[in-house]
Design a protein around this ligand. Structure first.
Ligand code: ADP
Ligand code: GLC
Length: 481
């Protein structure tokens, strides 16, 4: 596996969760051996994991220079993790960006990483049957295998399965990037690397991989057949229609377990959620300076602040509800939205709490304390937050898109519902569904039925990982022909 994030080592969102969890479940499958390559960002190492230097180094061409790659290793259960080092590229404050936007040399950083994955595998003598890559940051791995490494016998039987976690980020760079990556102009064609006169790493992953997956069945369809979802790549995706599969992500039910969660005030399960949640709610209200009221509906948000998530829509709707709902919002990203939420929380400290930055333990406390969890996304490839929220008995309020549609059911019948859903992230629909949640909350029997339905859902990785393993076998067999 090769990716730019994997929890618990580095994470900016669900990609990290998904890669970390998959690496672990794959490693437990019979007959498998999993090696995971990650960049060695600043702050990796130390803490619970002691990294060991692999010793030696190898060179990676980037443009007309040769960059040095070294590696550190950690054995993480049955997963062998290799961190690829180059301090110029990775020893920085952020993973993809500093405060003022994406790093300008992200093209080079992930050229270096993608090629170092292949060279790294050779360096340790690990000949993979399948390389599983994720998103634009590793899209070039398959492009290299099908071009520059085509004649390399080390990889002659290696297949690539590429997973699209989010097509909104494509890694688009100017045409000069082609030369930095070492590809030939012959590959700069619309059926290969060229995309509107530039190079698109996501497209490279789609075009050159043996099998493509994405993270929910609904998103797999949206990507190909709805241009606003495919973001310019819908045609390319349709041309690979036979090789595209939607596999719903799972969630790590050991990390996210309300019964054994050491970050929260009081553990609970399906039978004890009423008392447990009440204690967690009171503790969070206290921690966040919200009015300590057990009967007020508490709405949680734990999210990247990005247009994708529809939190600008929520922001406009929120003032109408502060007399009926308390809001606890944890979000990092868009500085404008962050400031707007901070001002709102400042103006109404008893009803609205806002914290920016990435806070793992606070995220746990918000999931545990909330009665509803807001995720009015404009699009959502899979979404893990709504699954976590359900596990913690916080009913998700979502739009019917991508993985949200595949996980949340909302009908007129509480018996058949495990959350609330609207068709689009628009203000009128959000207002109406929040109004409905407020009135239903007073009707405890129905509410509790829905909470139980939500907590009962099985989002474990077991089912998804089996689907992946089947595809790995198919991809691998294709290569043996
Ligand atoms: P995405 O990958 O689009 O950000 P997901 O719902 O798939 O959305 O995954 C989000 C993950 O990141 C969840 O584990 C969520 O709890 C976590 N998360 C998002 N923002 C924060 C934050 N500010 N602090 C802590 N955890 C966060
Ligand atoms: C992306 C998507 C999210 C998905 C996650 C993991 O970040 O935005 O919907 O859950 O990847 O696949």
């Amino acid at each position: 596996m090769a990716a730019s994030e994997a929890f618990p080592f580095c994470k900016t969102g669900g990609l990290g969760d998904a890669v970390g969890a998959l690496a672990q479940v794959f490693s437990r499958a019979e007959g498998s051996e999993v090696v995971l390559f990650l960049p060695r960002y600043r702050n990796i190492g130390g803490g619970a994991f002691s990294l060991k230097a692999v010793g030696g180094s190898f060179l990676i061409p980037v443009g007309d220079r040769l960059e040095t790659a070294a590696m550190h290793h950690v054995q993480w259960g049955k997963v062998s993790v290799y961190f690829i080092e180059n301090s110029k590229y990775f020893d920085r404050p952020g993973i993809y960006r500093a405060n003022f936007g994406d790093y300008e040399d992200n093209d080079e950083r992930f050229i270096f990483f993608s090629r170092a994955v292949l060279e790294g595998a050779k360096f340790i003598g690990f000949k993979p049957d399948v390389i599983h890559t994720h998103d634009w940051q590793t899209g070039l791995v398959s492009a290299y295998l099908k071009t520059l490494y085509k004649i390399d016998s080390f990889f002659s039987k290696t297949a690539v399965v590429f997973t699209i976690n989010n097509i909104a980020y494509q890694g688009m760079f100017p045409r000069e990037t082609l030369l930095k990556a070492g590809f030939s102009w012959l590959d700069f064609t619309p059926d290969k690397l060229e995309f509107y006169s530039g190079v698109n790493y996501m497209k490279a992953g789609i075009v050159f991989s043996d099998i493509i997956t994405t993270v929910s069945p609904t998103y797999a369809g949206e990507l190909q057949f709805k241009p606003e979802f495919g973001k310019g790549l819908e045609g390319v995706l349709r041309s690979r229609n036979q090789d595209i599969f939607g596999i719903l992500n799972g969630m790590d039910d050991e990390i996210w377990d309300p019964a054994g969660d050491s970050f929260i005030e009081r553990g609970y399960d399906q039978n004890s959620f009423a008392k447990g949640k009440a204690a967690c709610k009171q503790a969070l209200q206290h921690e966040c300076g919200l009015q300590e009221s057990k009967d007020t509906l508490l709405a949680g948000v734990v999210s990247r602040l990005d247009r994708q998530k529809g939190l600008d829509v929520l922001y406009n709707v929120l003032p109408e509800f502060t007399d009926k709902i308390q809001f606890a919002v944890l979000g990092a990203g868009d500085p404008g939205l962050s400031e707007a939420y901070a001002n709102m929380a400042h103006a109404r400290p008893k009803e609205v709490f806002f914290r920016t930055g990435f806070h793992e333990s606070l995220a746990h406390r918000i999931y545990a304390a909330s009665d509803i969890f807001l995720m009015p996304s404009r699009f959502e490839p899979c979404g893990l937050s709504q699954m976590i929220a359900m596990r913690y008995g916080a009913l998700p309020v979502v739009t019917r898109t991508g993985g949200l549609k595949d996980t949340v059911s909302y009908t007129d019948e509480p018996k058949e519902s495990n959350g609330f859903a609207i068709d689009f992230a628009d203000e009128a629909a959000l207002k109406s569904i929040l109004g409905h949640a407020v009135s239903l909350y007073a009707w405890k029997e129905n509410w509790n039925t829905m909470v139980r339905n939500a907590m009962k859902c099985d989002f474990s990785w077991t089912r998804s990982s089996q689907e992946y393993l089947k595809l790995f076998n198919i991809a691998h067999q294709k290569k043996q022909l």
